[in-house]
Design a binder for this molecule. Structure first.
Ligand code: ARG
Ligand code: ZN
Length: 497
């Protein structure tokens, strides 16, 4: 903890330490990770962020990003130094107005040593001035920054922030955001929340975005490029802002035909999950070549590939369902990924039913029947899949199957009360799979430990529940998937980075 005085061979240092006040001697460095067993160095120890103010400038021609991040935080221990997660080049750091020493360390740590140690439970303001070419920076051998023909994009999970702002990069430390980005006139900058204002000066246009509800770092997004922006308001009163790259080629029509239904889908999901948790909704489709989509808060990221086969409202349902399951209620640790993906996938099953393309039960029967007992699919436990299988298809498909098993066990009434109650219970907070089980037991009045263990944690194919066994025998097991299947599966490009 803090007794560095007794480190071996530190006699001279010990003498020195005796000369400085006891309060300073008891300060220790903040941990380089927040304590997530899946990703030991993600996030940091010793402080809690409440607000990120990012003032940036980006040049698409060269992929140069420069800016100043002002971070409002509170210490949670006495600190001699602390870390931020970041990869770009830092030129100055200030803590509470005074310049501070800094050094990079490990894969993505920026270690900051303030002039004076920081006392526990005090507010701090950290200013970091930086610049760099994000596409040239990597950690663990990869980059998630997407350079496009006319700009650049930060949108990935679980890591995206390191390439554009210094942060406490873990979903358990959520904060509000002001993101202000200057880009050359004629180019647009898209981020989360509401567009407060724009202004043009000397050939640069500045976009000022505000996210006024707590947001996890991986849900913060930045997209620069040439976009067409559309706005409307849903019947239920939610303001919608979408953006489409002007360079989507053949996918442009299908992208719009899908993403322009955001308002309608938000209202439809509200019927299951309760009021939409944020002041704005929408999505953007940049000219990237990657395959996945992401539930970036209030402004989902869609790959043009999602629309290559024609319109796909199913992927829109998935990313919008995450606004309740994942964004407002965020996971406590990355092992809890099922409370995001199991429910976003299940929302697609409900949408399939709504569209008359197969019921949730038919989709569950298909998942169950199409993976025989020996299939490695069943070795991935959605309730604790491990860091390498965090986005395995089993987290989604077996994850949604577990939701259907729960529905069958507790009955429709308790199930839909649970689906709506959960986002209210933990609104704007964090929760775990264990928290979900406890809440499900409370709402249904049934013990559910065995059901959760069987469907989420055992590395084996569960036996067909008695009530369903008849329809799951060889003779009557489905031989073809429901009509919605292809589009539901096209949602993920879950194995690729
Ligand atoms: N949460 C995203 C989704 O289900 C998955 C992102 C996976 N990440 C990746 N790099 N493929 O929509
Ligand atoms: Zn998802």
């Amino acid at each position: 903890m803090h007794r560095r005085m007794i480190a071996p061979g530190a006699l001279a240092a010990a003498t020195l330490l005796l000369a400085i006040p006891a309060s300073a001697a008891s300060h220790s460095p903040g941990a380089p990770g927040i304590g997530d067993p899946y990703h030991p160095y993600y996030g940091n120890g010793g402080y809690d962020v409440s607000h990120y103010d990012l003032r940036l400038k980006y040049q698409p021609a060269t992929d140069e990003l420069e800016g100043t991040a002002t971070i409002e935080a509170r210490t949670t221990q006495d600190l001699s130094s602390f870390d931020l997660d970041f990869l770009l080049d830092v030129s100055e750091v200030r803590v509470n107005g005074a310049t501070a020493a800094y050094a990079s360390s490990g894969q993505h740590e920026l270690v900051i040593t303030p002039k004076k140690p920081l006392a526990k439970d005090t507010p701090i303001t950290v200013v970091v001035r930086y610049s760099g070419v994000p596409s040239t920076k990597s950690a663990y051998g990869f980059t998630t920054w997407h350079r496009t023909p006319d700009g650049g994009i930060a949108a990935d999970e679980p890591e995206a922030a390191w390439w554009w702002f210094p942060s406490n990069d873990h979903p358990s430390d959520k904060a509000t955001y002001d993101v202000s980005v200057a880009v050359p006139d004629g180019t647009q900058a898209i981020s989360n929340g509401t567009l407060q204002s724009t202004g043009s000066q000397l050939g640069w246009t500045r976009y000022n975005w505000r996210q006024n509800k707590p947001q996890a770092t991986y849900l913060a997004t930045l997209a620069i490029g040439k976009f067409d922006i559309t706005t409307n308001t849903s019947e239920g009163g939610v303001p919608v802002l979408n953006a489409y790259s002007r360079d989507l080629g053949d996918n442009a029509g299908a992208a719009r035909a899908s993403v322009e239904r955001t308002g309608e889908i938000v209202d439809w999901l509200s019927g299951f999950f309760g009021p939409y948790p944020f002041g704005s909704a929408g999505g953007y489709v940049p000219n990237t070549t990657t395959g996945y989509a992401l539930e970036t808060q209030t402004r989902a990221y869609y790959s043009p590939k999602q629309f290559a086969g024609g319109s796909n409202t199913s992927v829109v349902v998935h990313e919008l369902a995450h606004q309740w399951y994942g964004d407002s209620v965020s996971l406590k640790g990355w092992k809890d990924i099922w409370i995001n993906e199991g429910f976003a996938r299940y929302a697609q099953w409900l949408w399939s039913e709504h569209e008359g393309e197969g019921t949730a039960q038919e989709l569950a029967d298909w998942v169950y029947a199409s993976h025989p007992a020996g299939d490695p699919f069943w070795t991935v436990a959605p309730g604790d899949p491990g860091p390498d299988d965090q986005f395995d298809i089993a987290v989604y498909d077996r994850g949604a199957l577990a939701v259907q098993a729960l529905r069958n066990e507790i009955g429709h009434k308790a199930f839909f009360a649970l689906l709506k109650g959960w986002p209210q219970k933990h609104a704007y907070g964090n929760a775990s799979v264990a928290d979900f089980r406890k809440y499900a037991e409370q709402v249904s009045g049934k013990p559910l430990a065995a059901l959760f263990d069987t469907w989420l944690f055992q590395p084996a194919k569960p036996a067909a529940p008695a009530a369903r066994a008849a329809s799951l025998t060889k003779a009557s097991a489905p031989t073809a998937p429901p009509r919605s299947w292809k589009k539901i599966e096209a949602t993920n490009d879950v194995h690729t980075r």
